[in-house]
Structure formats: C-alpha cells, structure tokens
Design a protein around this ligand. Structure first.
Ligand code: ADP
Length: 495
C-alpha cells in the first residue's frame, strides 16, 4: 500500500445547487449549516433546496434527456466524458480527499487509499461499458410471418439519486457511473450532513464535458428536497442508499407515480470465525469489518460469531488490536479512526452502548465511551456475552461497536447468521474449504467474503437480500437497473 500524504483542510468554494450547468441559490433563499465532525464546528452554509429547486432540476434533466446535446451524443462519447471525469478525479485527488475528510470526519488514510481511487475506478469501469450496452436479436416464430425481432437498451430517463453521508463521494460515483453510461440524466440529492464533495464532483463533471442538465445537484433535507424528488412525476427512477425505514417511506411515496426503485440499505452482517482460521488474519479482518470508516458502513461486520474453543484467545487478540487503533485528527496521516459524522450519530452510537451494557446485559470489554473532549469520536467498542436476540445484535448501530457471539456447530451458526432482518453481507474465516462453502451457500446475503472483508471493485455487484434492499450497485447488474429493454418487431414482408 502506498503511503498517505499529509493534506490540510481545504477552502470551501462550492455551496450552491447545480441546476442546468449553473450554480444557483435555493429558490426560497434558504441555507443550512454543514459541520466538521472532528471539531463539531460549522464549516459553511449550503443552499437549502426544496420543491421548487427540484422542479427546476427535473425540468433541466428532462430537457437534457430529450433534446439537448446529450440526447444526440454517441454512446462512445458518453464513455469519453466518464473517462475524462475519472482522470479529473485523479488530478484533483488531494482536494477531493481534503473536502471529504473535513465534511465527513473520516481519516485521510482511508480517503486516499479507498474513497478517492474507488471513485475514479468506478467512473472508468462504467466508461468502458458505455458503448457495450447492447440488445439481442431474437429468433421469433416465423410461422406467423417474416419478422426480424431485436431488443435495444434505452435509458430509464430522469433518475433521482438520494445518497447517504458515510461515503459521500463514492455513493455519488456508484450512482452516476451506471446512470451516465446508459444515457440517463440525473438529479442528485446528497445527504444534508455531507454535501461538499458531491458539489466538487459536479464541477469536475462539467469540466469533463457532460452537457448542462445531465447532472443536477439539489442540496437539502430528506423530508423536503428528497421527498419532492421521490414524488415528482417527471422522475422515472429513484436510486436510494440509506436506512430501510427511509426506503419504506420512499417506496410508498414513489408508488403513486410507479417509479422504478433500487434500494441499498442497512445490515447486521455476520462474520463467522472457525477454530481452524488463521487467527491473526481473522482478527485483522474483524477489525476492518467493524472499525473501517468508524463503523459507518452498511455492510459492517457487526455480529462476530466465534467458535467456542478459540473464543477467549480470539477476544484477547481482538481487544489488544482494537486498543491500538489511533483515534484523532482525521487530517493526520497516522490516524486510523476519525469522528462519527454528526452529533445525532454520536448520540445514537452511545445510546446503543448503553443498551448493550444495561438493557441487554452484555459485557463491554473495551471502548464504550467517547474519545477526547471535542468532536464526535467513539472508541472502538467490543461486546462479548452477546446473544443473537439482544438489541445490539439485531439493530443496526452504524458505529464502531461489535457484538461477539459464541457458537459450536455449523448448522446452528448458519441459522443464527440468518436470524436477522438484513442480508447485505457475511464473512467466514477458516482454512477449510468445505466450511467456507457451507457458509457462502447457507447465508442469505448479497456478498460473502471468505478470509477477507470489505473488498470492493466496481466490476463486482453489491447489494442486499431482505431488508438490505433490492437491485445491485456496480458490475453489469447495475446497468440493468438504469436501462429499459425495448423490443422491436420488423415485418420484412413476403419471403
Ligand atoms: P440517516 O438517518 O442515517 O441520515 P437516511 O436514510 O435518513 O439515513 O438518509 C439517507 C438519505 O435519504 C439522505 O440524503 C436523506 O436526506 C434522504 N432522506 C431522508 N428522508 C427522506 C424522505 N422522506 N424522502 C426522500 N429522501 C429522504
């Protein structure tokens, strides 16, 4: 892994909405504050978009879809715009990383090694697809006539994309990449906690050659700007990443206009450590699984099932490793763990720590409190003595808090792993291929990691079973969610 370079807090230049290629104040003139999670101090005021701004953005997106240069652009040229955007992300990596660290609180080490390169690679991957999204020729029955039948893949239309705050840039890239490769136009609603990097990417997208109206960004709150997007009859599809409870509201509100929806939601992902595992590797994996990105990861490995015979040894090693994590200034290249994104998240995580200790009666072996006296830092927290029916084992915490559960038998651990409303990811740690496959087959989840965790690639589909959502991000599967199939029958006349 290459080294992390030091960066300083950036100047914040872009705080308006991006509509039809112009930076606009909110129609109602309002603004809202965005914060630095590491200090709790405000950074800037951002345009507070709502219904009228959404109206304008959707209008611009519709026009760009139907009559602007985008509608006439060849698929290959769409790909070239995406390649250019990927290059611009690389060229502006330090500035984008600094903005992400400032607004999200995540450490620069992770932003430079994960977020920024993955954003560029996502655009590059989907750039390659743009001129390879093809239909089929269909061998239809010829007894009725001499027909030529083929399919085309056409854009779904105007896509409303509503994203969360845990990977603000990467979530935008996951949504923009396939949508643009397929020729759609976009209205993005970033999370109100972390609007800054999406705006910086919007500026780069214009530089990359995306015509006005193809990518619009409306900042604001979920219940206003987000809701207006969900209900707007001119929006063809909503792609949402966030909590399942929000997805339920969105699904209901999108029903009147029968929008297509894709949802990437939460998780309570099980990791299973067998006694034959390489323990040091499993400990490193468990650490990445739950503490990466302050635990603010939908696929976080928050339920750790450890085989009884190695439980105590594993917990000792895990505790020692967790206590070695360096928390603090996310701009310091040596920092492993930054701050939770907001006061609300910080309070929620500590509420669950309290539930774990006092209501569930689990044992907190390390952490369980704030770190420092400013900003929203929470120490890496490990609970042992957890039962799968406890609240900390069932409810998504979205913080650096892990539940360790004991198991002794394969059938039982698969059953327990599946005893959750979610199904986003799972992991297994073992040297025995039979056990690895048994878990990979038996757990109902969209991704299974064997002796690894949190590996991502834009080519590999990602998404959930059950309450973790429907549809897939990344890979060829993502293109299906951003295109309609048109079947064309041509009567070739008498043969
Ligand atoms: P969290 O509670 O962790 O912030 P949410 O699921 O509420 O997660 O938020 C994810 C995204 O959904 C954010 O961009 C948020 O503004 C948006 N959102 C929240 N409520 C709604 C809603 N009723 N309609 C549309 N978007 C919403």
């Amino acid at each position: 892994m290459s080294t992390t370079t030091a960066i300083s807090p950036p100047e914040v230049k872009l705080t308006k909405n991006l509509i039809n290629g112009e930076w606009c104040d909110a129609a109602g003139g309002g603004t809202f504050e965005t914060f630095n999670p590491a200090t709790g101090e405000p950074i800037a005021r951002v345009a507070e978009g709502a219904k009228e701004d959404v109206e304008q953005a959707v209008g611009a997106a519709r026009q760009a879809l139907e009559s602007g240069p985008w509608s006439k652009m060849s698929a290959r040229d769409r790909g070239k715009c995406l390649y250019k955007l990927a290059d611009l992300v690389d060229q502006n990596a330090a500035r984008l990383a600094a903005l992400e660290v400032l607004n999200n609180g995540k450490p620069v080490m992770e932003v430079q090694h994960a977020d920024v390169p993955l954003v560029a690679e996502t655009f590059r991957y989907f750039a390659g697809w743009a001129d390879k999204i093809t239909g089929d020729t269909i061998p239809v029955d010829r007894t009725m006539g001499n027909f030529f039948c083929y399919t085309r893949r056409e854009p779904v239309g105007v896509c409303g994309q509503i994203i969360p705050w845990n990977f603000p840039m990467l979530m935008a890239a996951w949504k923009w990449g396939p949508a643009l490769a397929c020729g759609n136009t976009i209205v993005l609603k970033p999370a109100e906690q972390t609007p800054l990097t999406a705006l910086a990417m919007g500026e780069l997208a214009m530089e990359a050659g995306f015509p006005p109206g193809v990518i619009n960004i409306v900042n604001g709150f979920g219940e206003t700007a987000g809701d207006a997007l969900v209900r707007h009859p001119g929006v063809d599809k909503i792609a949402f990443t966030g909590e399942y409870k929000t997805a339920q509201i969105i699904n209901r509100n999108a029903a009147d206009t029968l929008k297509r929806t894709t949802f990437e939601l939460g998780g309570k992902s099980p990791s299973v450590v067998f006694a034959d595992a390489d323990l040091d590797q499993a400990v490193r994996g468990a650490m990445t699984g739950i503490f990466f990105n302050q635990g603010e990861v939908c696929c976080a490995g928050s339920r750790l099932f450890v085989e009884e015979s190695i439980h105590d040894e594993f917990v000792d090693k895990f505790k020692t490793a967790a206590e070695k994590r360096r928390l603090g200034d996310p701009f310091d290249p040596k920092t492993h763990q930054g701050a939770q994104v907001s006061q609300e998240q910080f309070d929620k995580v500590l509420k669950y720590v309290d539930i774990g200790k006092n209501e569930d009666g689990a044992t907190c072996v390390t952490g369980g409190e704030r770190f420092g006296d400013k900003g929203w830092f929470v120490k890496p927290t490990i609970f042992t003595g957890v039962r799968n029916d406890m609240r900390i084992a069932q409810e998504e915490i979205f913080g650096p808090v892990v539940s360790v559960l004991k198991f002794s038998e394969m059938g039982d651990v698969i059953k327990q792993a599946n005893m959750t409303m979610y199904g986003l990811a799972a992991a297994v740690w073992t040297q025995d291929i039979t056990k690895a496959f048994a878990i990979a087959d038996g757990v109902r989840a969209g991704t299974v990691w064997v002796n690894c965790y949190n590996t991502f690639d834009p080519a590999a589909p990602f998404g959930g079973y059950k309450f973790s959502g429907h549809g897939r991000e990344n890979g060829k599967a993502a293109l299906e969610a951003y295109s309609e199939i048109k079947t064309v029958w041509v009567n070739l006349g008498k043969r």
